[in-house]
Write a protein that binds this ligand. Structure first.
Ligand SMILES: Cc1cc2nc3c(=O)[nH]c(=O)nc-3n(C[C@H](O)[C@H](O)[C@H](O)COP(=O)(O)OP(=O)(O)OC[C@H]3O[C@@H](n4cnc5c(N)ncnc54)[C@H](O)[C@@H]3O)c2cc1C
Length: 266
């Protein structure tokens, strides 16, 4: 079969759970410089095997078509050739079921263009940054932190990560380590279905925000003049957090109008 559009090699695959993985690729050519928070395309042909852990496709892919989807880059902007992605398997999906069948050394397509407006560099220096995520929405924040935390000691930076179980908290160790290492960084994981050994938060993200956790625990004001919010993940969480922020005067950042609320919809 013709796989002529493949232009990168898998160099790492870490299974966080059977349906969540960190995938590292080495592209044949370095990409242009990019900004933390941006995304690019990954692709595989329809003839590739689907993972044993997948379910029948809702729309079967044509064998000779290159299935392409966008993925946020989790790695630092310092590296333009080796890129890291954090991917959830949609069991009946076309691309993720095939990505989950990849192994180290396999070939894959990676887009030449890296784009997106979900970017930390658009926020003013010194502003506080709140990053809210469920699921793989944490990926762009890992790139923010790996790329820029050292340069922004004057900004308070908070990651609020929501998940069902402890094992769904990808990057937990790295985020916990960053919290111990940087006085201006705070990590707030919250679980909705935690076991007895979990001593952290157990509320939905929107409930934590409504309980004024930012103001009370971290002295961060939801004030568009001082604090910028990034929100990505489950659509209902994104909608609830956005509504809460609108009441404080936040407006959504877009190409047409700058705003202090950045939303990435997966
Ligand atoms: C800017 C951007 C950045 C993205 N970054 C990431 C990322 O970092 N990591 C990541 O895993 N995904 C990311 N996505 C989503 C990704 O592009 C694909 O949509 C996703 O991986 C599903 O692709 P698929 O081909 O397997 O499923 P498809 O065959 O495209 O979809 C099958 C069905 O599943 C539904 N579906 C899609 N995603 C999900 C989901 N997560 N849970 C349940 N149902 C779903 C679709 O609506 C569709 O009906 C991003 C999307 C965008 C637009």
């Amino acid at each position: 079969m013709n796989s002529s559009l493949y232009n990168a090699t898998v160099i790492g695959k870490i299974m966080v759970t059977p349906d969540l993985m960190i995938l590292r690729i080495d592209s044949d050519e370095p990409r242009k410089e990019f900004e933390a928070g941006q995304h690019t395309l990954l692709g595989l042909y329809g003839f590739e095997q689907r993972s044993p852990n997948s379910e029948p496709e809702s729309h079967p892919a044509a064998p000779d078509s290159l299935i392409q989807r966008p993925y946020s880059i989790a790695s630092s902007t310092a590296e333009t050739r080796q890129l890291e992605f954090y991917i959830q398997q949609v069991k009946s999906g076309q691309l993720t079921s095939r990505l989950f069948n990849l192994n180290t050394g396999d070939r894959v397509f990676v887009g030449k263009k890296i784009s997106g407006r979900f970017r930390l560099d658009e926020t003013p220096d010194g502003s506080d940054i709140v990053m809210v995520a469920t699921g793989t929405g944490i990926a762009p924040y890992i790139s923010f932190l790996r790329s820029h935390i050292i340069e922004r000691p004057e900004s308070k930076m908070v990651v609020i990560q929501g998940a069902a179980h402890r094992w769904d908290l990808g990057y937990y160790s790295e985020l916990t380590f960053l919290e111990k290492s940087f006085a201006n960084f705070f990590y707030v994981p919250t679980l909705t279905d935690a076991d007895d050994r979990w001593d952290g938060y157990r509320s939905l993200i929107e409930e934590l925000l409504q309980q004024d956790i930012l103001q009370n625990e971290y002295n961060i004001t939801p004030d568009p003049e001082r604090t910028h919010f990034f929100v990505t993940g489950k659509p209902d969480m994104v909608a609830h957090v956005s509504e809460w922020l609108h009441d404080f005067g936040y407006s959504r950042n877009s190409l047409e109008e700058p705003g202090e609320l950045y939303v990435e919809e997966f």
